[in-house]
Design a protein around this ligand. Sequence first.
Ligand SMILES: Cc1cc2nc3c(=O)[nH]c(=O)nc-3n(C[C@H](O)[C@H](O)[C@H](O)COP(=O)(O)OP(=O)(O)OC[C@H]3O[C@@H](n4cnc5c(N)ncnc54)[C@H](O)[C@@H]3O)c2cc1C
Length: 349
Amino acid sequence: MIEKNESGEVWIYAETQEGELQELSLELCGKGCELANKIGVKTGAVLIGDNIEHAAIKLFEYGIDNVYIVEDKRLTYFRSSPYSHVVVKLINKYRPQIVLYGASNLGRDLAPRVASAVQSGLTADCTNLDISDITEKNGTVHKNLLLQIRPAFGGNIVATIVNYDKWPQMATVREGVFSMPSLDSKRKGNIIREIYISENETTETEKLLGLDAVEVIRREVQKRKINLKSARVIVAGGAGVGSKENFDLLFELANLFSGAVGASRAAVDLGFIDAEHQIGQTGSTVRPLIYIACGISGMVQHRVGMEGSAKIIAINTDSSAPIFSIAHYGIVGDLKQVIPLMVKAFRER
Ligand SMILES: Cc1cc2nc3c(=O)[nH]c(=O)nc-3n(C[C@H](O)[C@H](O)[C@H](O)COP(=O)(O)OP(=O)(O)OC[C@H]3O[C@@H](n4cnc5c(N)ncnc54)[C@H](O)[C@@H]3O)c2cc1C
């Protein structure tokens, strides 16, 4: 087990795809800096791959002080066992207080392996993070703990999870939960180079790490068909849309603003629209300028994915639907009548 290190940094795992830093990691940089400021420590990032030093420069620009870089041809592509070996080795050596991972496919694979190896905890899919002192019932005060906040029990409560006696404290966060931090192109930091497997380590180590277990023959990266995150206007539909055909109304409205179409999980489950349109706890997190929620009741699992939108407009037949409690503008009515009127009005303008 790792002892608490009062000067231990706040780290983020810097994820790359084809050598490019992922936006999700940059979002974590912003939150990581905020947490580090509260504790009064530096920020660090773990960067693994081959020929990836250029990514370190970007991490400095987004607020990271120290980048721990491990470059090796054998680490060009992510593989669970070798990558988790590297992260565990770095954690044991430098003892950060906090490590944040993106809740991407890679992060969801890597973080639990690391948590288990360092015998610490991990909270998945946090919707917020903060720092606070916690006092136990017996009066013991734990300083500067990571508050790991996320919906729990099917979304019926928002739980704050605290790990007060294991280090590092770790969490994963989904894309879009934190906004992108501002960039300072003049900012510089330190690169700390670490060796993956030293010359005198045997091929047995490689075998142990599963390096020969999987051979990457070809890699294809599938581009996202829709990018909800960058849309300035989102028209989202729920079970109340009623059918796949009715979703055409939402596409028509969204197209007027070059916007995107989102959906609740109920609409996806009913087969009205593909899962990649889903917004919420198990879908995308978005914060557009305008979010038009059509036939969506506003359950907490949906709200956590869209309540950061600048303006929310809700259309619902039920005036007591919870969505109206967070909407800036509410229209009580049938979306099949309201949307065509909106389209007509916007066209005329
Ligand atoms: C672990 C977990 C994760 C989940 N993750 C997600 C998630 O990521 N995203 C998500 O959305 N949900 C998620 N859910 C499901 C969530 O709890 C709700 O069931 C879901 O959001 C409800 O979708 P809805 O609002 O479209 O449907 P409903 O709750 O059925 O609401 C439909 C609404 O449409 C209105 N309506 C009906 N007809 C019309 C009409 N003609 N015109 C206007 N309004 C009309 C109704 O008044 C009603 O308010 C999750 C649940 C769990 C347990």
